[in-house]
Ligand binder design. Structure first.
Ligand SMILES: [Zn+2]
Ligand SMILES: [Zn+2]
Length: 212
C-alpha cells in the first residue's frame, strides 16, 4: 500500500481537458481519496475492433495497469471512444473486481451514439455516477438490486439517469469495511452526502443523520 494513496485519472486518447479537470475536482470532493490527473495515454490500436468500431474495455484495463503507474491506489481511465465487451453491444464502463483499474467512456453519456447531445452539467453528472460505480467494483462491490443504488447495473442512459448519485446503505457498509480493512479512512460519511451535479431526487443517504 502506497503511503499516500490516491486515485489517478488517465485520459485514453483525446479527451476534453476541461471535462477531465471537472471530473477530477468532483471526485476529489466526493471521495476521501485524493484524485490526480495523470499523463494521458494513446489508445492501443490492438484493442480496436474494426467491425464493431469500438474498443475492447477489458483489454484497455490491462493496458492501464501494464504500462506503468505503480503509485496510484486506483486508476480510472477516461476515453471518448465507445467501449464493448464481447457479450454486450456496448458498456458505459468496466472495472476489475477488487482490482486496480477501471474505465469509463464519454461516448454515450455525451450523446455520440445519435441521441440528443448532453449539456455539460448532465454529462458531468453521468460521468460521476459511472466513475463511482466502476470504482465501487474495484473496491469489491458487485451489482446491487437496491432501487436507485449506484451499484445497480445500467444498460441505457435512462437507467443511468434514474439512479441516485449515492450508494445504498448496504453498499456503504460494505465500502466502510473495505476501506477500514485497507487501513484507509472509511468513505461512508461523504458517500452519504453525495449530490452529483444533476441530482434531481434526494440521495439514498440524505434522510440519514449526518455523522459528526
Ligand atoms: Zn457494474
Ligand atoms: Zn447498493
Amino acid at each position: 500500500m502506497a503511503k499516500h494513496p490516491f486515485l489517478g485519472l488517465v485520459a485514453l486518447g483525446p479527451v476534453d481537458p476541461a471535462i477531465l479537470r471537472k471530473l477530477c475536482a468532483t471526485l476529489d470532493r466526493l471521495l476521501l481519496l485524493p484524485v490526480r490527473v495523470l499523463d494521458p495515454k494513446p489508445l492501443p490500436r490492438q484493442s480496436y475492433h474494426i467491425t464493431r468500431r469500438q474498443y475492447h474495455a477489458a483489454q484497455l484495463l490491462e493496458f492501464l495497469i501494464d504500462d506503468g503507474e505503480t503509485e496510484a491506489f486506483r486508476i480510472l481511465g477516461v476515453t471518448a471512444k465507445d467501449l464493448f465487451i464481447p457479450i454486450l453491444t456496448f458498456v458505459f464502463g468496466e472495472a476489475q473486481l477488487n482490482g486496480k483499474a477501471a474505465i469509463i467512456s464519454l461516448f454515450r453519456p455525451r450523446g455520440d451514439d445519435g441521441g440528443p447531445p448532453a449539456s455539460k452539467r448532465v454529462l458531468l453528472g453521468r460521468l460521476v455516477k459511472l466513475s463511482l460505480h466502476e470504482l465501487g467494483h474495484t473496491f469489491g462491490l458487485g451489482h446491487c438490486r437496491e432501487d436507485g443504488c449506484l451499484m445497480e447495473f445500467s444498460s441505457s442512459l435512462e437507467e443511468l439517469d434514474r439512479k441516485n448519485p449515492a450508494f445504498c446503505r448496504y453498499c456503504r457498509i460494505f465500502l466502510n469495511d473495505y476501506f477500514r480493512n485497507q487501513g484507509l479512512l472509511p468513505p461512508l460519511k461523504r458517500y452519504a452526502e453525495i449530490h452529483a451535479p444533476n441530482a434531481s431526487t434526494p440521495t439514498a443517504g440524505s434522510s440519514h443523520k449526518r455523522r459528526p
